[in-house]
Write a protein that binds this ligand. Structure first.
Ligand SMILES: *Cc1c(COP(=O)(O)O)cnc(C)c1O
Length: 402
């Protein structure tokens, strides 16, 4: 938005790490008359979604759909399986991990936090060490974020599973995939996760307002003896009615129309291609950041996130002022910073229905905004990202031609 104009021109650059830009196809799929949520047409739509979403979580077990944001699905995972006072192991990877831990406390659980400096993901070895010390096997659940959206660090879920097994610990394993599902490889069954929490408005390219619990047999068994209070979130009524394509209450019908379209789109592109695209866009972003001479918040490349990159500004420069300037001048939204790092970084979301050209628009805007804001940096980040993307596209094509 130019400073003297009241009308933003063109499309807004929505580069927050969720909600992500809505594909027109999803928007059109949702633009339909409301149908009877107890009628046959609805049941067909719901069954299609309930089956389809399993292919995204890579599970053959039930996935529950809630009319709620991701925070609701966090609560659902905890209250369906645990009892007051239960010890829960969590890893302080950043703001979202902290919010989930605060929720566990409010629900009457006893969370314990493995600390990090917010610049890495969850380390399997630290989890294993903590679990080995729990000789009485009192810890009832281990909660990890696959992707810590507040810092741009991805945790190795399969390796955390191995660490739990290596410690011989029987605790349930819960994973938040809200900002990685349908953007980074994820396998609920193969990785032995008991409850996977997902959300609609990030990799699934839907509006906010729907979230998920993918549930293992072990989690279903734990639900039978769980004593935390639950009503809206209770799995049992949902599972019974879902079998015939219905819900205990009125679900968000339009969201289901959108979800059916989004699942189709993901399979048409191919999940492997979706993941490769996110990896490519993330590496292009990091290439630009390095060329600018700025620091990436995630300090160990093995934890780099494919969906969001947090960029630290040089000391003395306020990242919130930078975001405001970029919004006013170039009509772009970035993610903000949190906790001990408030005002120190901004986040570039590159997930959902984003292609190379859209990302290059974002990176060009960012380089312009850095210059306009007077933030010390080197020029050439955009060119470096262009060169990276050319090489990323040229090599497979060349290989195929040879
Ligand atoms: C966005 C997000 C949440 C919160 O989801 P809401 O839909 O805002 O309730 C939780 N965890 C992660 C990792 C997220 O990215």
């Amino acid at each position: 938005m130019s400073k003297n104009s009241s009308r933003p021109v063109g499309r807004h650059f929505l580069n927050i790490p969720g909600p992500t830009p809505l594909p027109d196809r999803v928007l059109r799929a949702m633009d339909t008359p409301i149908i009877d949520h107890r009628g046959p047409e609805f049941s067909k739509l719901a069954k299609r979604c309930l089956e389809g979403i399993k292919t995204i979580f890579k599970t053959t077990k039930p996935v529950i759909l809630y009319t709620a944001t991701g925070t609701g699905a966090w609560e659902a995972a905890l209250v369906n399986t645990l009892s007051p006072g239960d010890r829960v192991l969590m890893v302080e990877t950043g703001q979202f991990a902290t919010l989930w831990k605060n929720m566990a406390e409010k629900l009457g659980l006893s969370p314990e936090f493995i600390k990090t400096d917010w610049r890495i993901g969850a380390e399997p070895a630290a989890i294993e060490e903590h679990l080995r010390k729990d000789k009485n096997r009192d810890i009832k659940a281990i909660c990890v974020l696959h992707n810590e959206t507040s810092t741009g660090c991805l945790s190795p879920v399969a390796e955390v599973r191995k660490a739990i097994d290596a410690a011989g610990h029987p605790a349930l394993f819960f994973v938040d995939t809200i900002s990685s599902l349908a953007s980074a490889d994820y396998r609920h069954d193969e990785w032995g996760v008991d409850v996977t929490i997902g959300g609609a408005q990030k990799g699934l390219m839907l509006p906010p307002g729907m979230s998920f619990n993918a549930i293992s047999d072990k989690a279903l068994a734990a639900a039978k003896s769980s004593k935390l209070t639950k009503s809206f979130w209770a799995w049992d009524d949902m599972l019974n009615l879902n079998k015939i394509g219905f819900f205990p209450y009125t679900p968000a019908t339009q969201m289901l129309h959108g979800l059916a379209a989004s699942i189709d789109m993901l399979h048409e592109e191919g999940l492997e291609n979706v993941f490769a695209r996110h990896d490519r866009l993330a590496e292009a972003t990091r290439t630009a950041v390095r060329a600018w001479g700025l620091e990436i918040m995630c300090r160990d490349p093995k934890f780099y996130s494919p969906t969001v990159t947090a960029v630290m500004l040089p000391a003395g420069h306020d990242a919130d002022a930078f975001r405001n300037l970029a919004l006013e001048t170039f009509n772009i939204s970035y993610g903000s910073s949190f906790g001990p790092y408030a005002g120190k970084y901004f986040r570039i979301g590159h997930l959902g229905d984003v292609n190379d050209g859209m990302l290059m628009g974002t990176l060009a805007i960012t380089e312009m905004a850095l210059a306009v804001a007077g933030i010390p940096h080197r020029k050439g980040g955009v060119q470096a990202a262009v060169d990276y993307l050319i090489s990323a596209h040229a090599s497979p094509a060349r290989a195929a031609a040879e």
